[in-house]
Design a protein around this ligand. Structure first.
Ligand code: HDE
Length: 703
């Protein structure tokens, strides 16, 4: 027992616990034998981290307590401004593997050597919500990747939707102001279902294509792992001979595409506001590394001139049927961050971060972004030296004469901090016309003016193409989403204006939305700058359902158990789903677990009310007779079944569950999406069945 100087305080070491006894009682701290001594930031060892320095037992705290002041001072300044958009995000480390040399198309070093791996960091985000907002907000997802290439950092700062709301950067502050919380009341946050947003959209016809995309299930992805990514703008690739090709970038998830349904998203936000980040974290920690393939749509001036729309207009896609996507490599995310703040929060993406061999086009949105992303880092990270942070620093050698400023870790060494200079070898780095970044020498000629090109004037044709390319289920979801959002809009004129735009997209959609809103009379179609092209070819790449996963791999089964659950079935399910590469979680009346039919103990991961069925892609309910009648009395257990059924999930069940299913109101509706489990071999059939996204036929029946 070590005695302190003060009579009132003593410190005892008991096993691996240090016990401090003071007038206020005892505090305990676990400390292994070899742990380092706690110090201040100056490295001064700390003797007492429990009590501030006071004049007397009950006296005032003394300002000379430097440890207290340093600790509180630092804590007071822990937060930095959140991103003005894309505040809520989740990042992970990984690598890019080049499938083939693209030296005929680009001199970008990352695309020169087949099989080469390049370190990268990816950050996924929602756009409108604040840093603490829920993951399943209906919103576009940011999809930003920083490649640490051998010739500098290349940032591909994209979204999970290939088009954008506006055509010119000058409208971005208006768009974002309208989407975020309204300025007088400070709400609603993380949702577009309010007047300001739809007012802006209804007065901005160029946003209608994007409006269709955001009302689709693309904005409620099942997981960050199951969504596509897009560079959105047309970029250029330049080869060593200076030849330019236009390019659009695509990320295709190897897991396939998958979204949740809206009612599920609403419930998920309550059940687990961190659903997406938890999913990504768990998948990587378990070694189920998410992968995307990078695809390029490459085309030349000739195609650009013959295309129905302007390739510089970011509200348009180029359908894959017109320019196929060439797969050139893959991204694997295989490492979680060590520290969320240092990496995910401080990473600074910039569209301006390009490498030799990749270049901009004159897309007016991209041009505006190039200004914004550098500028915003100063107010967010507080110093021009944000590139000194490890997450932002290039991994290749870098040499320049930029110096000083807040928090400068690297300054030029030696005498030379300017160029040209006469100091020969010691004079520091020099420019290199061969290796250096060469801007593509595009011809430029024109009068100054604030223009919107005539070639950007078609606002409805691709919205129609997108809508008609969806399956009937997805079309239903789009109409429902419009009705949901516009029902939250209080101003009738705004609701009507949106319907007037939809009339230029598709009559049937406009009709469904007008009916869903209970409009007394249908408005007339909005004046269109260009008539809608009605015969654009459909593209099945635009549907999620048509591009879903082909197995249950990487997805999650939730098994609701009670005491007496059939051990053979539990074991069979476990092994069938594990060998499929899926996750399985047990839910029970108490988290301690249940006693199975053979007397063995099965530990649960969730208690029923903490593990609702919205957390799972498919569910099974294995109960004894007694267990099922207990569950029938439990509202969370009834919701578990009713929600799984309403969300068109595949459901495995044993006959004993009848009382529970009856109470949940689904027993008489049991359909082909429900699999009776009675023998071991049923588990395999069930996992196969779950390979489909959902049992959508049920949705049609439920209406
Ligand atoms: Fe962004 N955007 N953006 N954006 N954006 C930001 O940069 C901006 C746009 C995107 O995980 C900000 O560092 C303007 C399109 C992602 O850190 C800011 C315009 C696309 C992220 C900014 C756009 C994006 C951002 C806020 C219109 C898809 C998160 C914090 C001209 C192609 C990156 C920051 C991360 C973040 C400006 C439009 C994607 C303010 C001015 C189009 C994924 O600089």
């Amino acid at each position: 027992m070590a005695k302190r100087k003060s009579d009132q305080l003593e410190t005892r070491v008991l096993g691996d616990q240090t016990i401090f006894r003071g007038a206020g009682g005892e505090t305990h701290q676990t400390a292994g034998g070899d742990v380092p001594t706690l110090t201040t930031q100056q490295g001064v060892p700390v003797a007492d981290d429990q009590n501030s320095l006071k004049a007397g037992q009950r006296g005032p705290t003394l300002v000379e307590d430097q440890h207290l002041r340093e600790k509180i001072f630092h804590f007071d300044h822990e937060r930095i401004p959140e991103r003005v958009v894309h505040a809520r995000g989740f990042g992970a480390h990984g690598y890019f593997e080049t499938y083939e040399s693209l030296s005929d198309i680009t001199r970008a070093d990352i695309f020169q050597r087949k099989g080469e791996k390049t370190e990268l960091f990816a950050r996924f985000s929602t756009v409108a919500g604040n840093r603490g907002s829920p993951d399943l907000a209906r919103d576009v997802r940011g999809f930003a990747v920083k490649f640490y290439t051998k010739e500098g950092n290349w940032d591909l700062v994209g979204n999970n939707i290939p088009v954008f709301f506006i055509q010119d950067a000058i409208k971005f502050p208006d768009l974002i102001h309208s989407a975020k919380q309204e300025p007088d009341r400070g709400f609603p946050q993380a949702q577009t279902a309010h007047d300001n947003f739809w007012d802006f959209i209804s007065l901005t016809p160029e946003s209608i294509n994007m409006a269709l995309w955001i009302m689709s299930d693309r904005t409620i992805p099942r997981s960050l792992r199951f969504m596509e990514g897009f560079g959105v703008h047309t970029f250029r690739m330049i080869n060593a001979q200076g030849k330019s090709s236009f390019v659009k970038f695509h990320w295709k998830p190897k897991q396939g595409l998958q979204s949740v349904v809206w009612n599920e998203a609403l419930k998920l936000n309550g059940a687990d506001p961190d659903f997406h980040r938890r999913d990504m974290w768990n998948a990587i920690q378990m070694g189920d590394y998410p992968e995307w393939e990078l695809g390029l749509q490459l085309f030349d001036e000739k195609f650009a001139e013959s295309f129905e729309f302007d390739v510089l207009d970011p509200t348009k896609i180029i359908p894959e049927e017109q320019v196929p996507v060439r797969i050139v490599g893959r991204m694997v995310l295989d490492r979680c961050v060590d520290n969320f703040f240092a990496e995910t929060e401080q990473v600074a993406f910039q569209t301006g971060n390009l490498v030799p061999g990749i270049d901009f086009t004159n897309d007016p949105l991209l041009q505006g972004r190039n200004f914004s992303y550098l500028d915003t880092q100063l107010s967010r990270l507080g110093s021009t030296n944000f590139n000194h942070l490890p997450i932002n620093a290039p991994r290749c050698p870098f040499h320049h004469f930029q110096q000083d400023g807040h928090m400068a870790f690297h300054n030029p060494q030696g005498r030379a901090n300017y160029e040209p200079n006469s100091w020969g070898k010691n004079g520091g780095p020099r420019e290199n016309p061969e290796k250096g970044f060469q801007t593509y020498a595009e011809d430029m000629d024109g009068q100054k003016g604030r223009y919107r090109s005539e070639t950007f004037a078609d606002h409805y044709s691709q919205a129609r193409q997108f809508y008609l390319s969806q399956t009937a289920i997805e079309q239903g979801h789009i109409a429902d989403a419009f009705v949901f959002e516009l029902s939250k809009v209080e101003t009738l004129a705004i609701r009507e204006r949106i319907v007037s735009h939809l009339l230029n997209v598709d009559d049937d959609l406009a009709g469904k939305v007008a009916d869903g809103l209970g409009l007394k009379s249908k408005p007339k179609a909005a004046d269109a700058a260009r008539p809608t092209i009605t015969d654009l070819k459909m593209s099945n790449k635009l549907s999620i359902i048509e591009n879903g996963p082909d197995s249950f791999k990487g997805r999650k089964l939730g098994v609701l158990l009670t005491d007496g659950a059939d051990i053979d079935l539990v074991t069979a399910l476990k092994s069938a789903f594990k060998s499929e590469g899926a996750q399985i979680e047990f839910i029970a009346p108490v988290v301690g677990g249940v006693e199975a039919s053979d007397g063995s103990w099965i530990e649960a991961q969730q208690k029923i009310d903490g593990g609702p069925s919205v957390l799972y892609d498919a569910v099974a309910i294995l109960a004894s007779k007694e267990g099922a009648s207990q569950l029938a009395k439990s509202p969370p257990a009834r919701d578990f079944v009713a929600d799984a059924f309403a969300h068109c999930k595949f459901i495995g069940y044993t006959q004993e569950v009848q009382p529970l299913f009856e109470k949940a109101g689904v027993w008489s509706d049991i359909d082909d999406g429900c699999k009776a489990l009675s023998k071991k071999s049923d588990a395999k059939a069930f996992v196969k069945m779950c390979g489909d996204l959902r049992f959508w036929e049920r949705e049609e029946k439920l209406g």
